[in-house]
Design a protein around this ligand. Structure first.
Ligand SMILES: [Zn+2]
Length: 111
């Protein structure tokens, strides 16, 4: 007996700070074009120019390659988002690839 495979679409939920959201709004199409083909996972930080976004969730959970069929949702955070270190928790003063405190890798996806 054959069982039907249920295909569920891939989804990526991103979060962006209020200030960055207005910058992003001017370049939405470029942003989505740049995202295509990138691979993200939850808690990755995405840099589009100097706009910082966080990957809140992915479906399926884990590493997701963003393709044409991927639904990308961007939520706006009322608080300003800052990079922080997953190892030591230190907030970073500027966009970085390594923690200013402990040198840990900051999981940045640059577009
Ligand atoms: Zn650190």
């Amino acid at each position: 007996m054959q069982q039907a495979q249920i295909q569920t679409g891939k989804k990526v939920a991103l979060r962006v700070g209020q200030d960055d959201a207005s910058k992003l709004r001017e370049n939405t199409q470029d942003f989505f074009n740049a995202l295509r083909g990138k691979t993200v996972k939850p808690d990755d930080q995405v840099l589009f120019g100097d706009v910082l976004l966080w990957v809140e969730a992915t479906k399926p959970k884990g590493v997701v390659a963003i393709g044409r069929d991927t639904k990308v949702k961007v939520a706006i955070s009322k608080k300003e988002l800052r990079q922080s270190c997953p190892s030591c928790g230190q907030a970073q003063d500027e966009h970085r690839r390594e923690c200013a405190g402990c040198g840990a890798d900051l999981q940045v996806v640059s577009l």
